[in-house]
Write a protein that binds this ligand. Structure first.
Ligand code: PEP
Ligand code: MN
Length: 413
């Protein structure tokens, strides 16, 4: 590998210009180590190939046109320790079971995109965590530091990005073996938040045919609610790659911001290129979402709209666990469908934090009550739907789409 690969990577500022500001910086302590790691990453094999990314863009174009539905799901934060063949198989099994239910209910093909094989970096609301008077860097995902509250483990270590690459490659290898079921050609893609630019930039590759640059870390990458500034480094990075990309939009997002993002990320108006993942919260989706969808639709830009009913509905239980109520999750999904039904636009898909086992992280439905969260709370970051809850949510979406479960009454779980 050569370091010229790094300087040509997407997102690197042209010489002589000011680099856009990087939100949520990992806080590396050692520039030489970062350089060593990024140079190594630049020489590694791509994890995904341009042709696969283009295929997902075509699938997302069908989503944007109303001819397909996106199911995107997986852990909030993957961890090195929880990475086992059984865990990967259970997540795939859950996603494909959900996709069958959704496809039958929506009468549409379902595009399955895991939040997997790269979801190792987390944005945090506070850069430090204080416990009993001691302040340490916040846990930022296994790609940066470890969750254990010790100065050594919490110190950001860029060499963890090499382990992220290895873990992602091994996960993808299992997915490529497991996704086709027998003779049945089941298709699955992978995605993650492109938060760690020191990982994404060196893994950016030029496609031999077109000369276009692609993130080779995953098929679809997104910018989160905290890194979606139109003039920031993360959007600059996404603007420079040809993968299908997504941006999260929270309740404070404005039409102008959405239009600016559309301009920055999809000025050529390629269908399937840009997806908005809206995470408004059950209380805001019905009031905030209509204006955004109307404004973007009126601009003529093709965008897919996907509902993340998790991130606007998080609260802390009396036990201290971060959790979410299934009733809120379901209410937000219903609001999302109601808004699109009202506007005559397509509710393009669902983005969920889920896992394939019976963890106790979200309350209600087939999960625990508020007093049962401790039994099996395993998430390194945000609470996930367990397998049963995830299947319940899929059934509920299917019913909503059929019209059986429509309306804004109390959710039936
Ligand atoms: C996430 O997807 O885990 C996340 C942090 O979401 P958001 O950017 O929407 O807050
Ligand atoms: Mn999360």
């Amino acid at each position: 590998m050569t370091s010229s690969l790094i300087t040509t990577a997407a997102g690197a500022p042209p010489p002589g210009t000011t680099a856009p500001p990087v939100a949520q910086p990992p806080g590396w302590q050692d520039d030489d180590a970062v350089r060593d790691v990024t140079e190594r990453l630049a020489g590694y094999l791509p994890l995904v190939l341009p042709g696969e990314c283009d295929r997902l863009t075509r699938r997302m174009a069908a989503v944007a046109r109303g001819e397909a539905f996106l199911l995107q799901g997986g852990d909030c934060a993957e961890t090195f320790d929880a990475l086992t063949a059984e865990a990967v198989a259970a997540k795939l099994d859950t996603l494909f079971a959900m996709s069958e239910t959704l496809s039958a209910g929506m009468r549409l093909p379902v595009v399955v995109v895991g939040r997997i094989a790269g979801q190792y970096a987390k944005p945090r609301s506070r850069p430090v965590e204080v416990r009993a008077g001691t302040a340490l860097p916040a846990y930022r995902g296994d790609a940066v530091n470890g969750p254990e509250f010790s100065a050594r483990i919490r110190t950001p270590n860029p060499y963890r990005m090499l382990r992220m690459y290895a873990a992602s490659a091994a996960t993808l290898n299992n997915i490529r073996a497991l996704a086709p079921a027998g003779d049945e050609p089941r298709e699955m893609f992978v995605s993650h938040e492109a938060l760690l630019l020191d990982y994404e930039r060196p893994l950016t590759r030029v496609a031999p045919g077109s000369g276009a640059r692609y993130a080779s870390s995953g098929h679809l990458v997104w910018a989160g609610e905290r890194t979606r500034q139109p003039d920031g480094a993360h959007i600059d990075y996404l603007a420079g790659i040809r993968n299908p990309v997504a941006v999260k939009l929270g309740p404070t997002a404005t039409v102008d911001e959405a239009l600016e993002l559309t301009h920055r990320l999809n000025s050529r108006r390629r269908p399937g290129r840009l997806t908005f993942i809206v995470r408004m919260g059950a209380g805001a989706v019905r009031t905030v979402l209509p204006g955004l969808v109307e404004g973007v639709t009126a601009s003529g830009a093709p965008a897919a709209w996907v509902c993340d009913p998790m991130h606007g509905n998080t609260f802390t239980a009396p036990s201290g666990h971060k959790t979410r109520r299934i009733t809120d999750v379901v209410d937000e999904i219903r609001g999302f469908f109601d808004v699109h039904r009202g506007l005559g636009t397509h509710p393009g898909g669902i983005h969920l934090e889920l896992t394939g086992t019976e963890v106790t992280e979200c309350v209600g439905g087939a999960g625990p009550g508020l007093d049962g969260l401790a039994a099996r709370y395993e998430s390194a970051c945000d609470p996930r739907l367990n397998r049963s809850q995830a299947l319940e949510v899929a059934r509920l979406i299917a019913d909503t789409a059929r019209g059986d479960g429509a309306g804004s009454g109390p959710p039936a779980v």
